[in-house]
Ligand binder design. Structure first.
Ligand SMILES: [Fe+2]
Ligand SMILES: [Fe+2]
Length: 351
């Protein structure tokens, strides 16, 4: 695939951090010290977001090409059992029709409504990356197009199989989209940390939803979507790896801030807290999954606790992260003790 590059902007882009920081000081504007045309912020970080976007662009270009080479084309219609379809005007939906019930059904509903909110996510992603050079914009477009397939395949599956009331599903979508979604992301680094954790969290919750359904058709769909989410996670994770080399202290602080504040994007869905609690009891996405399968593998990949040469604020952030993870471990154990009294069927162990 051809990658757009805004050559006029690329030509102006300083090639390395060293090149930028050795440019002669040009004075002070507002709160930021300026070196050449690059703002150097004291506590906020070595580079502002505009400079970070420029500096990271070559790596984003490389990671975009890697993604395009790895992502396989797929078509939602190939995954839908259309032979089961019947007209709703002749045979309206009734509650006895779904084969999926209980938490399996709830988890599909939450998964689809979350994917439905793509316009909000696109707005946020474009807000973060849209001022970047060609490769950033290519990624925004590619990512959005790939994400769009997820709601398509999930809605087609649930409608054709009558596994969810299509009227309540549509009303849920209307409520969710009119409300929109905002993530209080105060900058590029924190935003990159959020999408990395969120893509992995979504990959795991989709994958486990498929397994929990014990429906081979649903499972195949969820394996397919989870494969996309994994590639998205790997892209964002590796962009942030590059940022960690560029400005380690600012990146560490952003990662810690995001871990401490992390919330799944479905938090605005009506009844989300109650539904998320059921999904946790079923083991589709619970605190242990969040800690052991989302947070820790990514933090390990970034070698967050091994990085040297951090500033005092980043060291302090790392201490807060360690304390948080310890507390989370205690919460996991308490949750699992309470589970002993739960009657909710848990997900079967992965084969
Ligand atoms: Fe998705
Ligand atoms: Fe994704």
């Amino acid at each position: 695939m051809q990658v757009r590059t805004d050559r006029s902007r690329s030509a102006r882009r300083p090639r390395t951090l060293a090149a930028m920081t050795t440019t002669k000081p040009a004075g002070r504007l507002g709160d930021a010290e300026y070196v050449g045309d690059v703002a150097l912020f004291g506590d906020a970080g070595l580079l502002d977001d505009a400079a970070l976007l420029l500096e990271l662009e070559p790596e984003v270009h490389r990671l975009y090409d890697r993604h395009a080479g790895m992502a396989q084309e797929w078509f939602p219609h190939d995954f839908i059992p259309y032979r089961l379809g019947r007209d709703f005007d002749k045979e309206p939906w009734t509650p006895d029709q779904p084969r999926l019930t209980g938490i399996a059904q709830t988890s599909f509903e939450i998964g689809l409504l979350t994917e439905d909110n793509l316009p909000s996510y696109h707005r946020l992603i474009h807000g973060m990356f849209g001022k970047g050079d060609g490769a950033w914009l290519n990624w925004v477009g590619r990512w959005t197009a790939e994400e769009g397939r997820h709601a398509i395949v999930l809605r087609d599956y649930l409608t054709v199989t009558r596994n969810i009331d299509p009227v309540s599903l549509e009303r849920g979508r209307m409520t969710q989209l009119q409300q929109g979604y905002d993530h209080p992301s105060p900058g590029l680094l924190r935003g990159l940390a959020y999408v990395t954790f969120q893509e992995l969290a979504t990959r795991i919750s989709h994958r486990n939803t498929g397994r929990y359904s014990e429906d081979p058709v649903a499972d195949r769909i969820m394996v397919r979507i989870a494969t996309d989410e994994n590639l998205h996670m790997v892209f964002y994770r590796d962009v942030l790896s590059a940022a960690l080399k560029l400005d380690p202290s600012a990146a560490v602080r952003a990662i810690v801030d995001e871990v401490l504040a992390f919330e799944m994007p479905g938090a605005g869905i009506p009844g989300f807290v109650r539904k998320a609690a059921q999904i946790a009891k079923a083991g589709i996405y619970d605190l242990r999954v969040h800690r052991d399968e989302v947070l820790l593998p990514i933090l390990r990949h970034w070698k967050l606790f091994e990085l040297a040469g951090l500033d005092a604020a980043a060291e302090d952030a790392r201490r807060r992260l360690a304390a948080y993870l310890e507390k989370l471990d205690e919460q996991v154990l308490r949750f699992e003790e309470r589970l002993a009294r739960s009657t909710v069927p848990r997900i079967a162990a992965a084969k």
